[in-house]
Design a protein around this ligand. Structure first.
Ligand code: IPE
Ligand code: IPE
Ligand code: MG
Length: 247
């Protein structure tokens, strides 16, 4: 923590062969950003949404194939209704902009339990996912009503149902079967998870998939997160020695 953007490292990303294939972003600190300015929390979320658009474009520019952004957790329903509504409105706006995904060649996927979401939002999700399915520029996963534990529970149920139908036996359940039943089925695990705002926890983000992710915590608040911050984090990542239990 304590990133110094004056360093050379913030100016350019590392070379391509040192870049992660999948980055997870915990977009945190919107509320504190707003409070520091005497603004309502909703304004922090609006500004955070702009930071997100900026980062998607930059990731594509430098050649990151997949990102996952934590937008709303299964625990975030505890917030005041007006804040939850504002977050859903912002997500709705983002998801409804199918022309942007086409223009940017982005394949959009939503990770999470969409059943409890507003009808209009669910419709936008289906349209965005189906409309962007064949885009090849990069994959953008939005974790929305996402919880790592909730995801594992859903996967366990799917596998149990397959066993009951006689399609598989309990002893066929292995890591690959469980991975393949998660919202991220078929996608690579995140190589690195970046959390701004100074908090040093995962808050139920990609619990299964993060088993060997490099974790990078930064002080910057998400609305202030720029490509320079990302370059800085990517250099940290490039300097880590990933052993996966080996030597
Ligand atoms: C992250 O910012 C956005 C969501 C959790 C939806 P916060 O709203 O958590 O911002 P802080 O942590 O209160 O500053
Ligand atoms: C995590 O942030 C969820 C998102 C960024 C969407 P929170 O602000 O909800 O996490 P905690 O409560 O600080 O752990
Ligand atoms: Mg927070």
């Amino acid at each position: 923590m304590g990133e110094n953007l004056q360093e050379e490292k913030a100016k350019q990303p590392p070379s391509r062969e040192h870049l992660p294939r999948h980055i997870g972003f915990i977009m945190d600190g919107n509320g504190r950003w707003a409070r520091q300015r005497g603004l309502p929390r909703e304004m922090g979320h609006k500004s955070g949404a702009e930071a997100f658009r900026r980062i998607v474009r930059y990731c594509q520019e430098i050649g990151i194939p997949t990102i996952t952004a934590y937008a709303f957790s299964t625990e975030n329903w505890k917030r005041p209704k007006h804040e939850v509504d504002a977050l859903m409105d912002l997500l709705g706006e983002y998801l409804a902009d199918l022309s942007r995904f086409q223009k940017e060649n982005v394949r959009l996927l939503v990770l999470g339990d969409v059943a409890p979401l507003r009808e209009d939002l669910r419709a936008s999700i289906i349209r965005a996912e189906e409309g962007s399915r064949n885009n090849t520029g990069m994959t953008v996963n939005i974790a929305l009503n996402y919880g790592g534990r909730d995801e594992i529970v859903h996967a366990a149920r799917k596998l149990a149902e397959a066993c009951l139908r006689g399609e598989m036996a309990p002893e066929d359940i292995d890591e690959a079967a469980l991975s393949g039943s998660l919202y991220t089925a078929g996608q690579p695990d995140p190589d690195v998870i970046i959390r701004p705002s100074g908090e040093m926890r995962l808050s139920n983000f990609l619990s299964w998939q993060s088993a060997y992710a490099e974790l990078i915590f930064m002080r910057v608040l998400w609305p202030d997160f720029t490509p320079q911050h990302l370059n800085y984090a990517l250099h940290q990542y490039a300097g880590r020695s990933r052993r996966f239990g080996g030597v």
